[in-house]
Design a protein around this ligand. Structure first.
Ligand code: GLA
Length: 713
């Protein structure tokens, strides 16, 4: 998979190759990242590289070379992959290859999640580059996995001089792509409308910086970006993916240079960043996962889904079906008693659910969102049997019991804050800004992390808790120093790896005011993430559609909630809400004790159905068929890897009189097999389903959905 052939380094995936070259000056150049090249004769590429001259007539200039980790200020004046202030007070550098080594396994990562070697087939290239004048070494890592078209990249910056240096920026990966017409696709939004998809043409001189400096990876910008060759669509064309395994401030920057080549870089956001590197010191960047598809965006998504399912999510639960849950939040908010919770849990058991989750409001004196974050001990006034007693009663019903925490935060009105006011971050004398009445605990301090680990562990060991919802409900202001956000993020990872390591049987679900931290760093510890506080089925079409661009369907947490919807007031049918939610880890979040018999019966049928399809949703291949961003329809399909089963979901968003609905053509089936619609018994050839398509009778409703399961006979 990785071969060093003289001065050429070839990384091979299933159908892509990533080829680098060390020229006679020792520069590490990129020859090719794209569709696999069978030809091992790279002389044409070498000629092209050697012949290139820079802007200063007869001086060879890196300004025109495609590089792997470009420095700024010597001969390349484009945006650099890193900037380090050296002992001479400037930030000019020039890196030359010092050594190349192929190792089995993955790259070293300090304190940060990364792809692990799920099936033992990973290989890593270590390319050490150095600037001897300033005493800086940069080790670049490239990991490839058998059968995947992915390259995981990271860098380690090392001070090998005897004076201190200051890192101003250090991206995880930089890639120079050849002249072409490119479009950048990014995912931006806000609370309640996370990850809306945008596609923009890149033109010379324009810099697209897809970045977030709000603390967590963010509602506003997701750390996943695609670069598509113009015209590439769901099924055709060349598409590059850049996904950062990181939960803090991030940036992906793309700029077309004066000659039309594209440089794209991804990593920690340089804004408000600075890192002192003492002599002998090292700085590790997070890992950026680059994928390439020559068959459009759909294939790129399936690549990420496969690799993240196998090599990112470490939880025991990653490969297991998840319990169907009832969460009390939208059913009761803070207004609950033990009796109420037990009545909800009993009703949940009766209709076939498997997990009851107690959300916010069980601890300290928390009856609203003004107090008690930090006080992780039970409120006996509300819950006289305690968490242990309640958990016992719920598990006795035959359900798992789950609990909500928001451990990274503190309210000023809490015992924790009164005891340790200095544990909340602030900038000197400045009064810290509160958001949702809360302050942020200083996770850069060991004693604060220890407190969180102990407080959460104590509750988890004291009761039968099988599931944890780990929330984080505000953005980060008042960062006490430059580089603080990275220190905080490392603290968060330390807490997560300790707690998930100590409680390996517990299923953790990530959350951040809905989908404010839906990123691969969180997924590494928590195999499912609450996608958005906006649970309206119509809004979820777009949210789930674009979340699936990078993230596996089964990591997308989906709940059926009340109608009218609490976030946007929309009225939808129960069927619509469930049909949308089937594409994810499924559950309910409403007061089922108040529902009419007939709706409960419908829910029972939905639960029964979900139990039959959840392994397919967990393991299958996702195909997006109709795009809610550009049409009045949203359709997706999940097909089993053996192509013998498929689940088709389709929604006609607004009702149209005398409508002309297109036939839907399925994908990923076997044209020579015959499939039965498991509900109606109708039989279709695989070729008919794929090449002719089927017509759906949606009926005359807004948000009309249909879900059909096909099984090979
Ligand atoms: C956040 C979460 C919700 C819920 C509340 C509780 O907003 O996204 O699901 O847990 O906190 O306060």
């Amino acid at each position: 998979m990785i071969k060093i052939d003289g001065n050429t380094i070839i990384l091979r995936g299933r159908s892509m190759s990533y080829i680098m070259y060390v020229n006679e000056c020792g520069d590490l150049l990129n020859f090719h990242f794209g569709r696999q090249l069978a030809d091992e004769d790279y002389s044409a590429m070498k000629r092209e590289c050697e012949e290139k001259l820079g802007y200063t007539s007869n001086v060879r200039s890196l300004d025109v070379y495609p590089q792997e980790y470009p420095a700024y200020g010597h001969s390349d004046l484009r945006d650099p992959a890193f900037e380090v202030v050296n002992r001479f007070g400037n930030a000019v550098a020039e890196l030359k290859v010092k050594s190349l080594k192929v190792m089995s396994g993955t790259a070293p990562m300090e304190g940060m999640p990364s792809l692990f070697n799920g099936s033992g087939d990973a290989q890593t290239l270590e390319a050490v580059l150095s600037d001897e004048i300033i005493g800086l070494e940069v080790a670049l890592y490239y990991t490839v996995f058998d059968g995947y078209d992915a390259v995981a990249r990271s860098a380690v910056l090392r001070n090998v001089s005897d004076s201190a240096m200051t890192i101003l920026s250090a991206y995880s990966a930089s890639l120079d792509l050849p002249v072409n017409d490119y479009e950048i696709i990014h995912f931006a939004g806000a609370w309640g409308r996370e990850r809306e998809m945008y596609r923009t043409k890149l033109t010379t001189g324009m810099k697209a910086e897809i970045e977030n400096a709000r603390g967590g990876s963010g509602h506003q910008i997701n750390p996943f970006v695609m670069v598509a060759e113009e015209g590439a669509d769901e099924d055709h064309g060349g598409v590059y993916g850049f996904s950062l395994i990181y939960s803090g401030n991030h940036s992906t920057a793309a700029k077309v240079d004066q000659f039309g080549a594209l440089r794209i870089e991804q990593g920690i956001n340089p804004r408000q960043f600075r890192w002192e590197l003492e002599p002998g010191g090292e700085f590790y960047t997070p890992q950026s996962v680059l994928c390439y598809s020559c068959e459009g965006i759909g294939a790129l998504s399936r690549e990420y889904h496969d690799i993240y399912r196998r090599d990112l999510m470490r939880s025991k639960w990653a490969g297991k079906t998840r319990p169907l849950l009832l969460n009390n939040w939208e059913g009761t908010y803070f207004d609950f008693t033990e009796e109420k919770l037990l009545s909800m849990a009993k009703a949940a058991k009766d209709i076939g659910l498997e997990l009851f989750v107690l959300d916010d409001g069980w601890f300290g004196k928390r009856n609203d969102d003004t107090s008690s974050l930090g006080d992780w001990f039970v409120n006996y006034e509300k819950l006289p049997s305690g968490i242990d007693g309640l958990a016992e009663k719920i598990t006795d019903l035959g359900l798992m019991f789950g609990l909500w925490f928001e451990p990274e935060m503190v309210n000023a009105d809490s015992e924790l804050y009164r005891a340790h006011p200095d544990w909340a971050i602030r900038v000197g004398e400045r009064e810290p800004v509160e958001a949702r009445n809360q302050l942020i605990l200083d996770l850069s301090r060991d004693e604060v992390c220890e407190y969180i680990i102990e407080a959460v562990s104590k509750i988890l060991s004291s009761a039968k808790i099988g599931y944890v919802k780990w929330d984080m409900n505000r953005q980060m202001a008042d960062m006490p120093c430059l580089g603080y956000n990275h220190k905080y993020t490392l603290g968060f990872y330390k807490i997560m790896s300790t707690i998930t390591g100590s409680f390996p049987d517990v299923l953790f679900e990530g959350c951040s005011a809905g989908g404010g931290r839906f990123d691969p760093g969180v997924l590494a510890y928590m195999p499912q993430i609450w996608t958005s506080d906006n649970s309206d089925a119509a809004a979820r079409l777009k949210i789930q559609y674009s979340t699936s661009m990078c993230y596996p369907v089964y990591s997308i947490s989906t709940h059926v909630t009340a109608s009218p919807n609490h976030q946007n007031g929309r009225v939808t049918r129960l069927k619509t809400r469930a049909d949308v939610a089937f594409a994810g880890t499924f559950g309910y979040e409403l007061d089922i004790t108040k529902m009419p018999e007939e709706e409960l019966n419908e829910i029972k049928r939905q639960i029964k159905f979900d139990k039959t399809i959840r392994t397919l949703v967990r393991d299958g291949d996702l195909y997006r068929l109709q795009d809610p961003y550009t049409s009045n329809y949203c359709s997706w399909e999940i097909a089993s890897k053996d192509r013998r089963r498929a689940l088709l979901f389709s929604c006609k968003i607004l009702s149209v009189a005398n409508s002309k609905d297109k036939r839907i053509k399925l994908k990923g089936l076997d044209p020579s097999l015959r499939y039965v619609n498991t509900l109606t018994g109708e039989v279709y050839g695989g070729d008919v389903l794929m090449y002719r398509g089927i017509r759906i009778d949606y009926g005359t409703y807004d948000f009309a959905t249909e879900i059909i399961e096909f099984s090979a006979i």
